[in-house]
Design a protein. Structure first.
Length: 166
């Protein structure tokens, strides 16, 4: 009797359990993206995509995309660095590349009173509306901001979040 019980345990541990785990991953895959959530921006709660990404120099940046009531509900991208590490001069355009396509996003930072009066000058806002309207797929992007970072890769799942806000 004992041999049969041991044999059943071995079959379960070596065969059935791994099969069940494999099937659970196939039918319920691990999500790779964060979701759009309510975030406080300019003193108001609004739906926003917030991601931390690293540029090619391994500096970390926070990218927050949201619909701004200040700009007629246009989609705005806020780029935030660590205060003290840099100073972003305004106005400056954000260059976006994807394959052979290029866009220059307008700087909206000085139109936002809260950011314009922030002495740290570690954040900038850009009009993301036209870029999102021109994208028909969730393609990877490369951002560059003159004098700040040369290339910041943006993965497709972040672009998908941005498109879901619009």
């Amino acid at each position: 009797m004992k041999k049969i019980t041991k044999s059943n345990k071995n079959i379960f541990l070596k065969g059935i359990l791994p099969l069940l785990l494999l099937l659970s991953f196939i039918f319920n895959p691990i999500k790779v993206s964060a979701e759009v959530a309510e975030t406080e921006i300019n003193g108001e709660l609004m739906n926003a995509s917030s991601e931390f990404l690293r540029d090619l120099d391994f500096e970390t940046w926070q990218l927050v995309a949201y619909k701004s009531p200040l700009f007629e509900d246009k989609l705005i991208l806020r780029v935030i660095g660590y205060p003290g590490n840099l100073r972003i001069d305004h106005p400056t355009q954000l260059r976006v590349e994807s394959g052979r396509k290029q866009w220059l996003l307008d700087d909206k930072t000085l139109l936002n009173v809260e950011l314009a009066n922030d002495g740290r000058q570690a954040a900038a806002e850009f009009d993301l509306n036209e870029l999102i309207k021109n994208l028909d797929k969730n393609r990877p992007l490369r951002l560059s901001l003159s004098g700040v970072f040369s290339e910041l890769p943006v993965p497709p799942f972040v672009v998908k979040e941005w498109r879901s806000i619009n």
